[in-house]
Design a protein around this ligand. Sequence first.
Ligand SMILES: C[S@@+](CC[C@H](N)C(=O)[O-])C[C@H]1O[C@@H](n2cnc3c(N)ncnc32)[C@H](O)[C@@H]1O
Length: 264
Amino acid sequence: MISQQSFDAVTAMFERVSGIQLGESKRALVTGRLQKLAQTRGLQDVDRYVQALLDENDPEELVRVVDKLTTNETYFFREPEHFDFLASLLEARPRGAGSFRVWSAASSSGEEAYSIAMVLADRLGAGGWEVVGTDLSTAMVDAARRALYPMERARHVPVAYLKRFCRKGHGEYEGQLLVARELRDRVHFTQANLMQPLPDLGSFDLIFLRNVLIYFDPASKEAIARRVLGLLKPGGHLFTGHAESLASTSLRLRTVKPAVYAHA
Ligand SMILES: C[S@@+](CC[C@H](N)C(=O)[O-])C[C@H]1O[C@@H](n2cnc3c(N)ncnc32)[C@H](O)[C@@H]1O
């Protein structure tokens, strides 16, 4: 197990970068994840790895540590009520209403952004929409751009969408699926830290900020939601995870559905 001193040093660095506090209960998890990085450098001992990390202060190695310590669990069509609501919003949308832009604001390996894209392509056709995905982890941004997933991740994708938007891998890609080019062309990923001023992403009709606020203390959660809402168009909707209510914040929001908000 990692020593108290190394644990404190690494978690303080991680909190400075990501805003996420990893408490004492995460000590075994942190040890396991850093052990993997230590091994790639031929070190058996996690504490020696942390010492090297602190001595060298190499930005690329720090990125690798942040990538390892983020929790990236996600899957296609997670929290399906939101995708039903998305389809109903598109149904009610007047024709010729201009380009429809959606932001997946903690996109992890991209499954959420591509699930949104499947619904948009189905309801709006090949053009007139765009999805932007951002994540703190550069490793996740790279994975999302590859758009290649183990087949079992697709178990919640509606069959019609699976046939239409997913290509089955052969040969060295056996057991994997690739998201179709028609979607990949309209879904763009870039690295962004929600704890810092955001890059110029434009404004959005819908923002998915799901299953990320849960990692932050109330003040950081509110600051992130406020920053993100600055990019929501008037009349747009903000989606959070169902376990991530914004009700106790001082943000001027109206609850439209469970875990769906609009400007008040
Ligand atoms: C559990 S995943 C959520 C994925 C997807 N939104 C979903 O609901 O399934 C949380 C993601 O938040 C990202 N994350 C954590 N802190 C962040 C920050 N400060 N800025 C941007 N992304 C962050 C992590 O890298 C991780 O990929």
